[in-house]
Design a binder for this molecule. Sequence first.
Ligand code: EPU
Length: 293
Amino acid sequence: MHWFAGLEAVCRTDVQLRHHTWYRLGGPARWFLTPRDETELIEVLRRCRAHHIDWRLLGRGANVLVRDAGFDGAVIHLTGPFWEAVRYEGATVHAAGGALFHHLVKDTLKRGLCGLEALAGVPGSMGGIVRMNAGGKYGEIAQFVREVRVIEPDGSTGARARAAIGFRYRHTDLDGCTVTHVVLDLALGDAAAAQARFKTIWKEKYASQPPLSVRSAGCVFKNPTGQSAGRLIDQAGLKGCRIGGAEFSTIHANFIVASPDATAADVINLMQLAKDRVRSATGLELQAEVEIW
Ligand code: EPU
């Protein structure tokens, strides 16, 4: 009997992950599971632990690069009505982990709730956004999170208040945790001003970054303290540099954009080249922001 016996309705094998990531690169997942609710998710995670199966949680694939060989384990994807549900209670938002963040941002603004306009143009799932404390120049999700509900690495479930999440620049203490629900505190304020700010930030971002139609995973490296990874890569002379079908964007050097013939290895090789060049020019060690599976 296989490890996912009884879960066949939500488990497929050899699923091409390129259909599920912004990069549209890389090979298949050995197993691809789409649990329909929390009970089913807890069971999937329990089986993975019991059978020593390596697993990854896939959000909207906005910050993931899958290797060409694929992922030899279980990829768990939270989609469907349960995982995308959002509920409002005054200025408080209760969002399930699979909610599409940029839709949520627009919806909160329509309802006259202010705050998330600072994160205009940040893609991903609610859970993924919290786990990596996504954001940009004008703010990060940490500012708005009251608490999250998680499944801990040992399978126990519970709430973690903001202070127990360990928010820092593009990182939290939620590694190995599955974020099932997020509670955000927004503000009732000047809705028109918030909408205008959303548009300004969006325009500014897409004037300085490659358009969403171009395949990328956003910034590939974290900014070293007090520095811009994009500027460092640019100063290392790599803007426009290409390996195979991957290229450092000529608009913003911390984006590696993929053309139709690109492989995941092309992107990984370019990342290594940037690390080497920036290290020898400045002594700084660039750290990946994109997750490589
Ligand atoms: N710069 C260059 N050359 C480049 C890119 C940037 O000289 O190729 C210079 C810019 O001119 C600017 C400075 O570097 O003076 C900083 O650039 P930018 O304002 O674009 O911000 P960033 O630090 O590169 C960060 C986030 C972005 C976010 C923007 C805007 C990180 C790694 N990046 O970029 O987030 O969109 O601020 O808020 O924290 C992401 O996380 O995926 C991402 C794209």
